[in-house]
Design a protein around this ligand. Structure first.
Ligand code: HEC
Length: 641
């Protein structure tokens, strides 16, 4: 039965790297071709590698989803070879690996990672010296995290951006950094104390000098860090060193000293073997709030008892990492509700993962999150819902479901009978909720879904439902609205991905009903959701593999300008007034880099561009779900100065 397993490994490659939720699907008839393509990209059939039997004998008994906390095979295959080797030789797997000699440990690490152990990874930039090495404590973080502000508006004030609409046409490459062994970079850079902080695919977190890109320190997390790094202000840190917080792909939350990179604590956010952290942690009054997602939805194995993960939010004491509260999005633990045709148990309720960034509302004493779909049926009212939790206790204040009946998992894409019946559309709330004040008074919560639908709720009267809604995109399991909208007190900027071919036959009918793909940038009125302007994404892909015109990454606005990272590798700057394209740069071309190593961006996904003190920064490359790989952090300034 090679076929079932090969589906699984394909899904692992194609699907599981992403948002912890939905993904590109693979129609069965195309699977062979796609698999061949992905395998070619991965360096041959992994099951033929010499470490494969060693893994099966010494690791598989725990790492195929059986043991709580043990990251699944999918996760292990996303670690770098040296991270796995380190876990076996000096880390927490020493006992489990004690029957293996060092050469065998190398082989297991190479089998799982698809990377060779000897890979030399030169530093991507010089180490800082002199003034560039010094943290300037007068330069406090002013915006941070994925959403920049606690209300998640993705807006950077003019004095922080240091860039105007008139400057934008003169932007040129200032420097670029090539991350080692990387095909994707999702962390949105953040700024504090004169440093740029970013996570990366091999788990390295960097503090760089924000002007020159030289390295102040690095810290190595076990797995990919795709959250932004959140840095405390001096006031928040009190008389201690400010901390930097982030999460990794295997569900760990970390705090390190923001000035040295020294680890202060780490905390496993959830014991589920498929738990992951995608959305950024947010900080408020000594506490860190972390959204928990998972990759269990992608366990498309007919023998896998699907599904037992439930999304949650945890609150940690920021200084110590001690757990204060944990609130499940679904109250009851999953129980066995049936069996598949081949006798695999089915568990429910499950899902409602959170892969967007929580929104803080201290005035109302709440925190908002948006949930994703259920993984198994029957669907309940906690999926695709906006949820308000009490900041102090984590208790549910209210929840409001946008798309009901959405039970879905990757089994649906490949025709497995783990697919719930009826199968839902996989329309997670992708974009973090935004809390805004209307120009004429009154507050709104703005929500964006993978269906391409934006809508507004009244945070004081959520049960009256949508004040307005506007489905500007066609939507798909690859978004619609995926990673984040922006608001600048005048307009809401809605990025639409609408991939031309999301490789998902199972939703073709639904997509056809929703009309043609409409990728591009849309500006809506916050009052009634009416369209103010839109700029369709120009198609400059000319058939290039994995290139697509739409906007997946979250957008950022500064006064007069919206910056959007497109799946075609271009960063475009749009006039906020009328949507005119003011500037565009193709990051998917080879770029000169600080180390001289080969640097080339790709599709933009996840965090997207950000602007700080006159410089536009973008992490480029999104080698998963049929997007263009890349390994670059690029910085742009007026005339490249
Ligand atoms: C007896 C069960 C068991 C076996 C056998 C086992 N593991 Fe693990 N593994 C775990 C658990 C549980 C964790 C999570 C521990 C934690 O996070 O506290 C884990 C974590 C890991 C991690 C993450 C390390 C980190 O620092 O977070 C890696 C990598 C790993 N295992 C690789 C392996 C490999 C390779 C093998 C085979 C040589 C193996 N494991 C055998 C149970 C097992």
């Amino acid at each position: 039965m090679r076929s079932a397993k090969s589906y699984v490994s394909l899904c692992c490659i194609v699907i599981s790297f992403g948002c912890g939720s939905s993904v590109a699907a693979t129609p069965e008839q195309d699977l062979g071709e796609i698999k061949a393509r992905m395998n070619a990209a991965q360096g041959g059939d992994p099951e033929q590698r010499p470490g494969a039997p060693l893994y099966r004998e010494h690791c598989a008994a725990c790492h195929e989803g059986q043991v709580q906390k043990a990251p699944t095979h999918t996760f292990l295959s996303m670690l770098s070879a040296d991270a796995i080797h380190a876990a076996l030789t000096e880390g927490i797997m020493q006992i489990q690996a004690s029957a293996l000699d060092d050469a065998q440990k190398h082989l297991v690490a190479e089998y799982l990672s698809g990377e060779s152990m000897g890979t030399v990874k030169p530093a991507p930039a010089p180490l800082c010296s002199g003034n560039a090495a010094r943290f300037d404590l007068t330069r406090q973080p002013r915006v941070r995290g994925w959403g920049q502000t606690p209300d998640n508006r993705h807006f950077i004030p003019g004095e922080v951006a240091g860039l105007t609409a008139a400057d934008v046409p003169r932007l040129q490459l200032k420097w670029a950094l090539a991350y080692p062994s990387t095909v994707r970079v999702r962390s949105r850079p953040t700024f504090a104390y004169g440093a740029l902080y970013t996570g990366s695919q091999d788990g390295t977190v960097y503090a760089l000098d924000e002007h020159s890109g030289c390295i102040r320190w690095t810290y190595r997390a076990t797995a990919e860090v795709r959250t932004p790094v959140l840095v405390q202000t001096a006031a928040e840190a009190g008389d201690q060193a400010p901390l930097a917080f982030f999460g990794d792909l295997i569900g760990r939350v970390y705090a390190v000293n923001a000035l040295t990179g020294e680890e202060i604590w780490r905390h496993k956010a959830d014991d589920h073997p498929s738990a992951t952290i995608t959305g950024s942690p947010v900080y408020h009054a000594g506490q860190l709030f972390v959204p928990v997602s998972s990759l269990e939805e992608a366990m498309a194995d007919p023998d896998y008892p699907c599904c037992t993960f439930r999304g949650s939010v945890i609150a940690l004491e920021a200084r110590s990492g001690q757990l204060l509260w944990k609130t499940w999005m679904i109250d009851e633990a999953p129980t066995k509700v049936g069996e598949s045709r081949i006798g695999t148990p089915i568990y429910s309720p499950s899902g409602a993962a959170i892969w967007n960034t929580p929104t803080l509302d201290p005035a109302r004493g709440v925190l908002y999150v948006g949930t994703g779909n259920n993984y198994t049926g029957p669907a309940n009212d906690r999926s695709n819902a906006v949820v308000a939790l009490d900041l102090a206790t984590g208790a549910f204040r209210w929840h409001w479901q946008v798309v009901p009946g959405d039970a879905w998992n990757v089994g649906c894409m490949i025709g497995l009978d783990t697919c719930p019946e009826p199968a839902g559309p996989d329309f997670d709330i992708g974009s973090g909720t935004m809390l805004i004040s209307l120009p004429g008074g009154g507050d709104r919560l703005l929500v964006g879904l993978k269906s391409g639908q934006a809508l507004a709720l009244d945070p004081d009267d959520p049960q009256q439902g949508m004040i307005w809604t506007n489905r500007v995109g066609r939507g798909s399991i690859q978004g619609g609205i995926q990673f984040g909208m922006a608001y600048d007190d005048q307009r809401i900027y809605v990025p639409i991905a609408d991939m031309a071919n999301s490789n998902d036959a199972s939703s073709a009918e639904r997509e056809a009903e929703a009309g043609p793909a409409r990728p591009g940038l849309y500006a809506l009125s916050p009052v009634d959701g009416r369209l103010l302007w839109n700029t369709p994404a120009e198609d400059v892909c000319y058939g290039r593999t994995f290139c697509d015109p739409g906007i997946l990454a979250s957008v950022i606005s500064i006064p007069g300008v919206v910056f959007a990272g497109h799946m075609d590798g271009r960063v475009r700057a749009y006039s906020s007034e009328d949507g005119r394209v003011l500037w565009s740069f193709d990051t998917s071309q080879p770029l000169p880099t600080l180390s001289g190593a080969r640097g080339q961006g790709g599709s933009l996904g996840g965090g997207g561009p950000v602007v700080h003190d006159g410089v536009v920064y973008v992490n480029s490359g999104y080698g998963l779900y049929f997007h263009m790989p890349g390994n670059v952090l690029a910085a742009f300034s007026v005339d490249g100065k």
